[in-house]
Design a protein around this ligand. Structure first.
Ligand code: FA5
Length: 327
């Protein structure tokens, strides 16, 4: 009987020495010291022994269990410490290594310019609305007082999709849409893509962006328009910026002007402007004795080119990161 205690003890010690991880050690401990296992199982054979041998046998089993428990505890502490060391080694972070560069995206320069324009005009009380890029012929032309035979309506200069719809050639098309719903006073602005059948060069594209702004109220005159475009230019391009207006023709304004700003000693044309033609106001039932309004439309690419010195607007649509990353 005592041999069996000895044998269990030796086997347990061997398993203990061979355990190379906490998990293996736990398995060995359960096998030899677990409830109803190993030495505990052996203890249950006590009753089968002659009475006089029982105390000594019991004492030796208790002794063996106590000593093995201590050995297992010591080995467990040892294995836990070395496992912790290994983890600290493997998961160590070298804080002296250079960081990996994080390439962040950014807003397209035209989006940045549009946002800036929205901030400036929003501050002047203009509400921004969106119109469709595929526009009714009527809103793009007829509602804007174009005569039947105006050359801009020629199929050669616009992208017609059906007989009555085309890709809008100007964001001014929003005017009729809004006037059909609103009665004065009102002030609106829109920013969006426009499309023209153009020979593409450094200053013209078939696809470009415009901002259009218009307002109708009592006693609106050219001086309101000039004041607004002066304030706009100073907010966009700096407090010293001067503006210039020269007579120009657009069917939807009377009088009409082109609008330029002073930039590095030169005049640069930004777009067109004028007082909304009374024919348009009347077509939407607005009393022209009481109300008048102004409107202007500017190129977004042009605005960014002036602010930054970009000299070819084709770059805006090419999405070459070497270009876009500069802004
Ligand atoms: C118009 O489009 C008028 N709707 C502007 C207007 C609105 C006048 C309200 C009066 C009242 P224009 O065709 O000149 O006008 O275009 C205005 C601006 O859009 C131009 O100065 C230019 O900056 C830009 N633009 C026009 N065509 C192109 C193009 N093909 N490529 C890039 N920008 C363009």
């Amino acid at each position: 009987m005592s041999d069996s205690i000895m044998q269990q003890r030796q086997e347990a010690e061997e398993a203990l020495r061979g355990a190379s991880s906490v998990a293996e050690l736990t398995a060995a401990e359960t096998k030899y010291l677990g409830r109803d296992k190993g030495l505990n199982e052996l203890r249950r054979t006590l009753g089968a022994l002659p009475k006089e041998e029982r105390p000594a046998f019991g004492a030796r089993i208790n002794d063996a269990i106590a000593q093995l428990s201590e050995q297992f505890a010591a080995k467990r502490a040892e294995l836990q410490a070395s496992e912790m060391q290994a983890r600290l080694r493997d998961e160590a972070i070298d804080v002296t290594l250079p960081g990996r560069p994080y390439t962040a995206g950014r807003l397209h320069p035209l989006t940045q310019t549009s946002d800036r324009i929205k901030t400036v005009l929003g501050g002047m009380g203009y509400q921004f609305v969106d119109g469709p890029e595929l526009e009714e012929h009527d809103y793009n032309f007829a509602a804007l007082n174009y005569p039947e035979d105006h050359p801009a309506m020629d199929e050669q200069s616009s992208f017609f999709v059906t007989d009555s719809r085309l890709m809008r050639t100007q964001t001014t098309a929003i005017q009729g849409r809004m006037m059909a719903q609103m009665s004065p006073p009102f002030r609106f602005a829109t920013i969006g893509r426009c499309f023209r059948y153009e020979a593409v060069d450094a200053t013209h594209h078939h696809t470009f962006h415009q901002v259009d702004v218009f307002m109708v109220d009592e006693k609106i005159s050219m001086s309101d328009l000039k004041g607004t475009l002066g304030a706009f230019a100073r907010s966009m391009f700096g407090p010293e910026t001067l503006v210039r207006f020269r007579p120009d023709f657009f069917p939807f304004v009377e009088p009409g002007v082109d609008y330029s700003i002073s930039w590095q000693g030169r005049w640069l044309e930004l777009g067109g402007a004028g007082l909304i033609h009374p024919n348009i106001l009347r077509a939407y039932g607005i009393n022209t004795e009481r109300y008048s309004g102004f409107a202007f439309g500017l190129g977004i690419e042009r605005t960014h080119m002036i602010r930054t010195g970009v000299s070819d607007l084709r770059l805006y649509l090419e999405n070459d990161l070497r270009f876009l990353r500069q802004f």
